[in-house]
Design a protein around this ligand. Structure first.
Ligand code: ZN
Ligand code: ZN
Length: 238
């Protein structure tokens, strides 16, 4: 049993690492085309971002691997595979609930990590990226990585979700984590500056967090930032 758990953890670590390298590599490549020179003089920083991110991948792999094993071996979790196990209208609702829950957890843990004592021990690593790049998507101190690694493995015990919708959540998590750090806005102006865009977090919103620190703490949505008065709007530089 222990062997199977370890194998599952190693497999998940490998998957998260490859996912990181593929997604960050792709958007770093695109950045070189769209913003030539953005990565100039950032070589040392990027090497550190990749190192911290791969360490984070190993940390993400532990709870993910244990839960994946428990799902397969013991029927843990509320992940389902039959399309009609829940009403069809629930299919798109579940990923929204996941994103909202993850966003809330992130907002409040992130705000705590900006208190000076926590910042130094947990969050300074992430802000060492100045400016951030696509490689900074998982550039976290291990303590911060742990706070992120437990979210999805905990939610699958609480909120039922179809396995394909869980895949969607992980895709959104990966793409937004990378693109929010790459230093330029890939979404069209008509969306970013629309009413809907006013509630969504994309690169130009998170860039401002990296520039000013004490604002724009959210992950996917601007709901908490707006409610708590921490939303300073978009960076003019992204
Ligand atoms: Zn960031
Ligand atoms: Zn921060």
């Amino acid at each position: 049993m222990l062997g199977a758990i370890i194998l599952s953890v190693l497999a998940m670590t490998a998957i998260v690492s490859v996912r990181y390298l593929a997604a960050s590599g792709l958007f770093a490549f695109v950045t070189n085309r769209v913003r030539p020179g953005y990565h100039a003089k950032l070589g040392t920083q990027i090497r550190k971002e990749i190192g911290w991110s791969l360490a984070s991948a190993a940390i993400y792999g532990i709870p993910a691997g244990v839960v994946a094993w428990g799902w397969q071996a013991l029927g843990w979790t509320r992940i389902y595979t039959e399309w009609d196990a829940y009403p069809l209208w629930y299919l798109p609702v579940a990923p929204m609930l996941y994103l909202l829950a993850h966003d809330s957890w992130f907002y409040w843990t992130h705000r705590l990590m900006h208190r000076p004592v926590w910042f130094r021990t947990m969050h300074a690593v992430h802000h060492a990226s100045r400016p951030p790049t696509a490689w900074a998507a998982m550039s976290f101190h291990p303590w911060e990585a742990l706070t992120g690694a437990v979210v999805i493995p905990a939610l699958v015990f609480l909120i039922p979700i179809h396995v394909a919708m869980l895949g969607m959540v992980l895709l959104v998590m990966t793409v937004m984590g990378v693109t929010n750090h790459m230093g330029w806005e890939m979404f069209p102006k008509w969306l970013v500056h629309s009413r809907l865009g006013g509630w969504l977090i994309t690169a130009s919103h998170h860039q401002r967090h990296h520039e000013e620190y004490k604002c724009n703490y959210g992950l996917y949505f601007r709901i908490w930032d707006r409610l708590c008065g921490t939303d300073r709007g978009l960076s003019p530089n992204a």
